[in-house]
Design a binder for this molecule. Sequence first.
Ligand code: NAD
Length: 349
Amino acid sequence: MTDYRLVETREELIREVRDYLSDFTGGGSAQVLLLADEYTQRVLPEFPADLVVAQGEACKNLESAERIWRELAKRSFTRDDLLLAIGGGSVSDLCGFAAANYKRGCRVAYIPTTLLALVDASIGGKCAINLSLEGAEKRTVKNIIGTFYDPTVVFGCTELATAPESLFTEGMGEVIKYCCLFDPHPMATLEQSGDLTKLLRRCIDYKRAIVEQDPYDRSVRQYLNLGHTVAHALEGQALAGDKPIPHGTAVAAGLVIEGYFSYVLQGFSQHHLLQLGELVRERIPTVRYACSDYDSLWAHARQDKKNSPLRETVTCTLLKDFGTPVYGNRVDRKLWDEGLDFYKDLMKV
Ligand SMILES: NC(=O)c1ccc[n+]([C@@H]2O[C@H](COP(=O)([O-])OP(=O)(O)OC[C@H]3O[C@@H](n4cnc5c(N)ncnc54)[C@H](O)[C@@H]3O)[C@@H](O)[C@H]2O)c1
């Protein structure tokens, strides 16, 4: 079971990590390798990196994993030594994957430096790298090689993870999603979220509780996919057009569109649907698409790893009400188009 720590300030974080490392390496009996990416090595200069990998998504590949394995082997790392990753979800995904496979599993710990990594990527044990295909199908497939492997400890810090403004929306889309899942009154919670650490703690605890019940995504963990069937289609389409959109922006649009599916299939109230739309319109940038994109968005949704191009429907987690999710709903093409129309009209795009 992961020891998940969350503090508010950088100072508290530095103290917490220093104390932990000094206990861990006490008497010189254990080793620690610190890893960061080209940017995140500068985020916590108090803990200089021993190994630096490419920035963000570019580090999630076998070459980076091999570099880590070589470094660990060179230092004669044992399974009880610790790989400590400082960075966003890309760095934690890479290090979780590398740790899981080094001597069939050595210890790994994360210091998440983005909001998305704090509330999502560092929890639940999923870790994966991307794979580049060759030949005619030359493209990179995300998260296709991976496993489930829990970190020993996660050192979360609100101040550190919410500092990068450009990455705030990425995480906020997920925070809004969590609030819709666990809170019967998410609007009030989000509007009065003066104590951000308390809100983030609720999100983290919710994901941890769900993952504990269903570690391998067979049942309730699918709740966490709320907004994501549509989000992955929007992201896939944007990427294919070489204009990637932030994950959190896509998730927020996905929440509204799947909110519409919820209204039709699960009796989610129209009042709540409009409240959710209003919140997303106020807080998150709008995703733009045209009616001529509907075919391709549908194709992207059916290609997603959680769906099948052989089926005439896509699977979504929907809401009966705020705080009451239902997984395994089938959405057909007609409803898909209606949901896309609904978002377009609401956002006036
Ligand atoms: N394992 C999971 O359950 C899970 C869940 C969600 C997302 N993910 C993965 O997480 C990755 C995305 O992670 P992310 O959004 O945290 O970003 P990231 O790790 O991809 O980093 C994005 C960019 O932000 C920079 N950065 C990181 N911290 C920063 C900081 N404090 N200040 C300024 N810049 C900073 C990085 O150097 C990089 O250039 C994706 O690969 C996704 O697949 C995994």
